[in-house]
Design a protein around this ligand. Structure first.
Ligand code: SAM
Length: 271
C-alpha cells in the first residue's frame, strides 16, 4: 500500500517510523511518503493561510499550495510512482514500492471534525485500497474548493476521528494510518490477532472485547477467572462472549441497542 501525507508539520508524522507501522515500512509492505505543503508555496514566508471570506476568527488554508501539492502527488501515479514534489518534501520517506500495480485512483482522506466517523469498518475498507492520500489541515481547515476540485479526480472521504476538535489533522492521520496498517497482510505477527478485536466484523461485530489476562496466575492477591485455564474451548468462548456483552452494555449501551435480534443468542438475551 502507498500512503502520501501532505502537511505543514512533516516531523509530526515521525511516529510512523516506529513499531508495527515502522516495521511494515522497512519491509516494504507500506510505502509512506510525507510531503511538506510549504514546498509548494512561492513567497518568502511560505504562506499557507489567509483570512476567511465573510469574516470571523481564525485563518483558512489557501487553495493554491494544496492544489499544487496534490497535483504533484497525484501525478506521481500512486503505488508505482516515485515523484515526491519539490525540495522540502518527504521528510519521513522510507520503504519501497516493489510489487506496484501502476496508476490507480487514490482515496483522498480529508481529516475534519465535520466528516463521517472513522470506524473499524472504514479502516477495513481502506486497508483494501492500494493508495491513500491524507490532507491533514491546520487553522480552520482547507478552502472548500480544494475538496470539490479533487472529488473529480479521486475518491474523496471527509473523515472525523471523534466528536472533538484538535488543533490539526496530523494526530488523526497517525490514528487512521495505524488502524489501517495493522490490518494489512503480514503486519501483525499473528494474522488472527484482530479477529476478536472490538468492532471486528463477524459474530461479535457490535461487542467490545472483554478483559484479558496473562501470567502469573496470581498477582497482588488477584487470581484469574478459572474458566480460562479449564482447557474447555466452548466454555471459554461462552465466558468471553458474556464478558464482551457485559462490558458493551456498561460502556456502550448504544451498541447493544443496535444489535439485531439474530445477533444475540438465547444465552445473551438471558444475561
Ligand atoms: N473549524 C473546524 C471545525 O470546527 O470543524 C476545526 C478546524 S481544526 C482546529 C483544524 C484541523 O484539525 C481540521 O481541519 C482537521 O484537519 C483537524 N481535525 C481537528 N479535529 C479533528 C477530528 N475530530 N477529526 C479529524 N480531523 C480533525
Amino acid at each position: 500500500m502507498r500512503v502520501d501525507i501532505v502537511t505543514i508539520f512533516p516531523e509530526y508524522l515521525e511516529p510512523l517510523n516506529v513499531s508495527l507501522v515502522g516495521k511494515a515500512r522497512a519491509r516494504g509492505d507500506l510505502d509512506v511518503r510525507v510531503h511538506d505543503l510549504r514546498a509548494w508555496t512561492h513567497d518568502r514566508h511560505h504562506t499557507v493561510d489567509d483570512t476567511p471570506y465573510g469574516g470571523g476568527p481564525g485563518m483558512v488554508m489557501k487553495p493554491e499550495p494544496w492544489g499544487e501539492a496534490l497535483d504533484a502527488v497525484l501525478a506521481a501515479g500512486g503505488p508505482s510512482g516515485g515523484a515526491d514534489g519539490p525540495g522540502r518534501g518527504d521528510g519521513a520517506r522510507q520503504g519501497g514500492s516493489e510489487g506496484s500495480e501502476g496508476p490507480c485512483e487514490p482515496v483522498l482522506v480529508v481529516p475534519t471534525p465535520s466528516g463521517r466517523p472513522f470506524t473499524q469498518e472504514l479502516a477495513v475498507e481502506l486497508s483494501g485500497k492500494p493508495w491513500l492520500v491524507f490532507t491533514p489541515a491546520r487553522y480552520e481547515g482547507i478552502d472548500r474548493r480544494v475538496i470539490e476540485e479533487y472529488a473529480t479526480r479521486a475518491d474523496v472521504r471527509e473523515v472525523s476521528i471523534g466528536d472533538y476538535v484538535l488543533a490539526g489533522g496530523e494526530a488523526p492521520v497517525l490514528v487512521m494510518v495505524e488502524a489501517v496498517a495493522r490490518l494489512l497482510p503480514g503486519v501483525l505477527g499473528n494474522a488472527e490477532s484482530h479477529r476478536d478485536d472490538s468492532f471486528a466484523p463477524g459474530a461479535m461485530a457490535r461487542l467490545l472485547e472483554g478483559p484479558v489476562y496473562t501470567k502469573p496466575p496470581e498477582w497482588r492477591g488477584r487470581g484469574i477467572p478459572e474458566v480460562l485455564v479449564s482447557g474447555h474451548h466452548g466454555r471459554i468462548a461462552r465466558w468471553r462472549r458474556d464478558q464482551a456483552l457485559a462490558r458493551t452494555a456498561a460502556n456502550r449501551p448504544d451498541l447493544v441497542e443496535q444489535c439485531a435480534p439474530e445477533e444475540l443468542d438465547q444465552h445473551d438475551r438471558a444475561t
